[in-house]
Design a protein around this ligand. Structure first.
Ligand SMILES: C[S@@+](CC[C@H](N)C(=O)[O-])C[C@H]1O[C@@H](n2cnc3c(N)ncnc32)[C@H](O)[C@@H]1O
Length: 212
């Protein structure tokens, strides 16, 4: 049977599973420390995250306004409950195969954390990246292992992708402005880290045209 990444995540959450090791412990702390610093330095006020997960990583994020989008109805229901006292955070379930980003989901920074690894199908990866880029007013933050080299044994829900290749080809209006790689002692592949992009003012008309 052909592996279906969306089905995998829906079932995983429905059966009580969580977002995985990368959303907890030292890796979650690294991701939040790097992201919170970038948000503060650049005075970023709003974020939209594609693949918000179970909320553990989100509980460490410091930002004025946040929209979390995920394909799992179960996880969105749980997030609304978990953050019911926090009016700065809203959540939306979406169908990753049909959704086309519009102004409602645009924010200062569009985030993708530990999701690209799970986009095993090319068409889902393509769609996901297009929505991510379209949702950014100024910045994009991607936490990923940026390589096309697979391990000898990969779990069926994992596939490494070098998002830098896609960004260079299809989003040249965004330049890579900062990369924070994970510390070596955490044991992740060398290209694992947070990659930040900024919309270049001189070619921002690209983006305006995309929204027409
Ligand atoms: C490993 S978790 C990461 C969660 C969170 N971003 C974090 O860093 O803790 C991956 C998340 O991506 C979601 N996901 C998988 N495929 C997706 C897609 N095509 N579009 C949006 N979210 C997706 C899953 O449902 C899951 O919540």
């Amino acid at each position: 049977m052909v592996f279906d990444s969306a089905e995998y995540w829906r079932k995983r959450y429905e059966s009580g599973g969580n977002s995985g090791a990368g959303s907890y412990g030292v890796l979650a702390e690294f991701k939040s420390r790097v992201l919170n610093h970038f948000v503060a330095v650049n005075k970023i006020e709003s974020a939209v995250e594609y693949g918000s997960g179970d909320g553990n990583q989100l509980s460490l994020l410091e930002i004025s306004k946040y929209l979390g989008i995920d394909l799992s109805a179960e996880v969105i229901k749980n997030l609304r409950h978990k953050f019911s006292d926090d009016s700065t955070k809203t959540f939306m379930e979406y169908d990753p195969d049909c959704f086309v980003a519009d102004d409602v989901v645009r924010a200062d920074i569009a985030l993708s954390m530990d999701v690209i690894l799970h986009l095993t199908e090319d068409r889902r990866y393509e769609k996901y990246m297009r929505n991510l880029v379209k949702s950014s007013k100024k910045f994009i933050g991607i936490f990923n292992t940026a390589t096309e080299s697979q391990l000898d044994q990969m779990a069926q829900h994992n596939r490494y992708r070098d998002h830098r290749v896609w960004m260079n080809l299809y989003a040249p209006e965004f330049s890579e402005v900062k990369v924070d790689l994970t510390p070596v002692d955490l044991g992740y592949p060398a290209t694992t880290g947070f990659y930040f992009y900024q919309l270049q003012a001189n070619i921002s008309h690209y983006l305006l045209m995309r929204h027409e």
